[in-house]
Design a protein around this ligand. Sequence first.
Ligand code: ZN
Length: 286
Amino acid sequence: MDWSLLDCGRSGHVTYAPDEPALRDRLSARTSGGTAWRCLRCGTFVTGDPDRTGPAGEAPRVRRGDQVRSALILRIFAIERFLRALLLGVAAYVVWRFQYRRSSIEEAFDRDLPLVRTLFKQLGFDIDHSKLVGLIKHALTLSNGSIRVLAGGLAIYAVIELIEGTGLWLTKRWGEYFAMVATSVGLPLEIYDLTTKITVTRVLFFAVNLALVLYLVLTKRLLGVRGGKRAYEARLRSESIMDAAIADVSASRVTAAAGPATGPAAGPALAADTAALAPDRPIAPG
Ligand SMILES: [Zn+2]
């Protein structure tokens, strides 16, 4: 499956006319319908005016192939983090409000519990042993100070999940590091939880978090794994259509310069020229 086409289908082709004549020639073609420009993502020649024009160094960095798939996977993780943030945020709010409405909740609980208990008993459930009832009973014994600490803790946790989700959604390197570190910190606790009791939810949460950490470290080459940032960016460059065209132009100039007419001074000058054509460009989101 060509993942580049998925993004082009969704947000359109990305064409760019570089100022450098040699690069213009490589990225454009004359057709009966006029000049066509090569899409920097899927490589298709698209007739019509280019989206933008300017120096090659300012061409948009677009995700291609596997990077499109990777961004998609990270966005699925991001959505999961946003959902967690939402649930934790709601929980923090409910706990916070609880200290002001404690007496009315206590009354309602004492008033309605016998009724609810009878109702559930007829259905075959014994709610006196239910976790939720136990939790509410426990919460009713907490001091206001403990409730505020609990609400604060939940709110901080919600914010952490929100930052993780945002970083993963934007596929920024800081976001990938943040998500990796924040998720790793929770892993020992989750393992401890699993040693005390194995439940489907715990196994599921642990599996999702472990998968995210491994996925980030291995595919994004965090912490210097598989060559680290340098290798990761080299791979991005090797997959870029603009960088391939720049390399082609440089290579053909080297071949031309290698002729007998050229003096020894051509070497360093060419190297400087090539370096100017391929500066480090940040990867544009989207
Ligand atoms: Zn395209």
